[in-house]
Design a protein around this ligand. Structure first.
Ligand code: 5GP
Length: 189
């Protein structure tokens, strides 16, 4: 998406360790108009598919996933990063190595919210090495539901996670895909 690429070029800040900061319009302060354009683009891309749920992981995937769920008029489910007292019943979990925090988290989804009749569109803000997506995909499979595909705001393609998952036959649509990033420039695919 041209609008997203232009915004990344204008406001993205490249931090050490391959982290792109987009807090001014996507990750902390959110440009709702741009977010709305992005969710409509996802609706256009996946519009012919049967989708019954949108799934993401807290916290930074939530705004994008919420708007997508609104476009498809289906429930949004999000994986939690801790087992709080308001989670009851059986849960499905996955281990996910965090790209930004360099720690390993367990993520949880209550089993009742995704079942074998569901067609799930997974959404997240960034795709880097693919660990977050792999964790979410494994949760959907464990719930015996189908993964329709994945919608990503920004893929850092050079980090390889996206291609590894695509090779397994899973459709990934990224609204901006970065081919190369250094402290001086960002080049899109
Ligand atoms: P992966 O699991 O694909 O390696 O990384 C994806 C997750 O790490 C996303 O959920 C996102 O929150 C975070 N992430 C990865 N790369 C970046 C980045 O460059 N900037 C920001 N803000 N988050 C990132």
């Amino acid at each position: 998406m041209k609008e997203l690429e232009e915004r990344i070029k204008k406001e993205g800040i490249i931090l050490p360790n391959d982290v792109l900061k987009v807090g001014s319009f996507l990750n902390q302060q959110i440009d709702i108009e741009l977010l709305s354009l992005m969710s409509k683009e996802v609706k256009r891309l996946f519009g012919n598919e049967k989708i019954t749920k949108v799934l993401t992981v807290e916290a930074s995937g939530l705004p994008f996933a919420t708007m997508i769920a609104n476009e498809f008029r289906v429930p949004l489910v999000f994986a939690k990063k801790s087992l709080t007292s308001n989670i009851s019943g059986s849960v499905v979990k996955a281990q996910v190595e965090s790209f930004t925090h360099q720690t390993t988290n367990t993520i949880f989804v209550t089993k009742d919210y995704i079942n074998e009749n569901d067609y799930v569109l997974i959404a997240d803000d960034f795709l880097a090495k693919g660990n977050a997506l792999k964790g979410l995909i494994s949760i959907v499979h464990e719930c015996k539901a189908k993964v329709v595909g994945c919608a990503i705001q920004i893929e850092k393609a050079y980090q390889g996670g996206g291609d590894e998952i695509r090779k397994k036959g899973i459709r990934i649509e990224s609204l901006a895909s970065i081919k190369y990033m250094s402290d001086k420039e960002i080049i899109f695919q």
